[in-house]
Structure formats: structure tokens, C-alpha cells
Design a binder for this molecule. Structure first.
Ligand SMILES: Nc1ncnc2c1ncn2[C@@H]1O[C@H](COP(=O)(O)OP(=O)(O)OP(=O)(O)O)[C@@H](O)[C@H]1O
Length: 244
């Protein structure tokens, strides 16, 4: 479970987070939806301990990220940009390298790597170099790295940005699989369709604050609109920076 409680963060003159609070639960996909500059990335960076909030608490499975960053991060997987893979490494080498970085000895890392490669159904590409991989294959490799240390919680910042339709579908299926396995999945997006299709809980944010939250259906009901897109426009007052 990921909780943010009353987070404030001023960057330069901007209140990037302005009293942000929400909970992302286990066994659910939670979407952070907001226009450009809403504070989504700032929020996720704070959750991962890359930024320190001015005020408020971010916690992973009730562990305060600012006070116990190492222990908190053991429960957290951060999905990296799949474009940044080391092309000369194979998914197995790459995943094992990250497993060892997370503190496992070589034998445990090899076993955890084999397990995750099986789980993501990527044994067929496990021992090929990443150079020339399709976006979907890169995506799987990036996700293998993010979850090899078996975190309960997985965070993704705009994971489908720049992806083709097939790769987006691969990623969606992977996220649904992680949810079915009881993980807490938190991702940011400004793609309405993706959020409506995947999320159990949507946190609509603007200007560093939560404007509304609930299931896509509840948000439609609350605003009296038929689609999440219309509900969003009603809540935010604009659809600027949001993709259908
Ligand atoms: N390093 C920085 N320097 C200056 N301003 C920043 C910096 N990082 C964030 N901000 C500002 O903080 C606010 C929140 O930015 P953030 O990147 O968190 O938004 P976002 O919701 O992820 O936006 P987008 O969807 O455009 O990626 C914005 O006004 C942004 O300009």
C-alpha cells in the first residue's frame, strides 16, 4: 500500500504539491490523472524518495520513505524508461544485475531472475541481447528489472508514453497480471482511455491537489457525466494536456 499524506513541495516559485493526500491499495491499480504540470511526477518522485517533501509523509507499506528510505524501497519497484536499456546485455543479465544491486547474493539473484522471466513469459528472449528488441520486449525487460526483488508496490510514471498500440497492450496485460497477484500498482497518465480501462481507483489532481477520487464509474456518477473524459473536464474545467 502506498500512502501520501498532506504532501507539500515548493519548486522555485511553484507549489508542485499543495497538500496532496491519497491511498493506493494492494490488489488495485490506482491512476494519477491530471493535466500537464499537475504534480504527478513530483508526487511519484517523492514516493520513491528521489525528492524530499517540504511537509507531509509518503509511506510504502506504512514505512515512512523519508525516515527509512532503504527499507521502504525494498517494498517498491520503479518501472524505468524502457528506452534506457543496456543494449549489450540480455534480459537475464540485466535483471540479475538489478537483483544483486537490491542486495541479493548471486545464487538468490539467479533464482529470482529465472522466476520473474517465467512469470512475465519471456524465457524465449531471456538470453538474447536487448539490441533490436521491440518496444514490447523492452517493456517486459524493464518490468522484470522493476519487480525482480518482489516488491509489493509498483510505481510507473507515464508508462505508455511513446508506445505503439501492441506495446501498450502488453503493458496493460502485465499491469492487470500484477494486480491479480495482489500487488499495489500506482501509475500516472494523461491518457484518459488507459485510465478508464485499467484503474480501480482514479485520483484526479490539478495544481498539486486532489480534485476528486474514486472508481471511474463513481467519478462519472459524481459529475453526472457518461464518460471519464467528460467527468474530468467537469472536475478540472479543461481537458488541456489530456489525451483521449
Ligand atoms: N525541476 C523543476 N524546476 C522547475 N519547476 C519544476 C521542476 N519540477 C517540477 N516543476 C514544476 O512543478 C509543477 C509540477 O510538475 P510535474 O512534473 O510534477 O507535473 P506533471 O503532472 O508530472 O506534468 P506532466 O504531465 O506535464 O509531466 C509544474 O508546474 C512544473 O513546472
Amino acid at each position: 500500500m502506498i500512502q501520501v499524506d498532506n504532501l507539500y513541495k515548493k519548486i522555485g516559485e511553484v507549489n508542485a504539491l499543495d497538500g496532496l493526500s491519497f491511498t493506493a491499495r494492494d490488489g488495485q491499480i490506482t491512476g494519477l490523472l491530471g493535466p500537464n504540470g499537475a504534480g504527478k511526477t513530483t508526487c511519484l518522485r517523492t514516493v520513491f524518495g528521489l525528492l524530499q517533501a517540504d511537509q507531509g509523509i509518503a509511506s510504502i507499506d506504512s514505512i515512512d520513505v523519508a525516515k527509512e528510505p532503504t527499507r521502504a524501497k525494498q517494498q517498491l519497484g520503479l518501472f524505468p524508461d524502457p528506452c534506457g536499456l543496456y543494449e549489450r546485455m540480455t534480459p537475464r543479465e540485466y535483471t540479475q544485475f538489478y537483483a544483486e544491486l537490491s542486495g541479493m547474493d548471486a545464487k538468490s539473484a539467479a533464482a529470482a531472475t529465472q522466476e520473474v522471466l517465467e512469470k512475465l513469459q519471456m524465457l524465449d528472449i531471456a538470453d538474447r541481447r536487448c539490441k533490436g528488441f521491440s518496444q514490447g520486449q523492452r517493456m517486459k525487460t524493464a518490468l522484470a528489472q522493476a519487480i525482480v526483488h518482489k516488491p509489493t508496490n509498483i510505481v510507473l510514471d507515464e508508462p505508455t508514453r511513446g508506445l505503439d498500440v501492441m506495446s501498450t497492450r502488453v503493458l496493460r496485460d502485465l499491469l492487470l497480471m500484477l494486480k491479480a497477484q495482489g500487488h499495489c500498482v500506482l501509475f500516472s497518465s494523461h491518457v484518459m482511455q488507459e485510465v478508464a480501462a485499467l484503474c480501480d481507483h482514479v485520483v484526479v489532481m490539478a495544481k498539486g491537489k486532489v480534485v476528486a477520487e474514486g472508481s471511474p464509474e463513481a467519478l462519472c456518477e459524481q459529475t453526472g457525466k457518461a464518460s471519464l473524459e467528460e467527468a474530468f473536464i467537469t472536475l478540472i474545467g479543461t481537458d488541456e494536456g489530456i489525451a483521449a
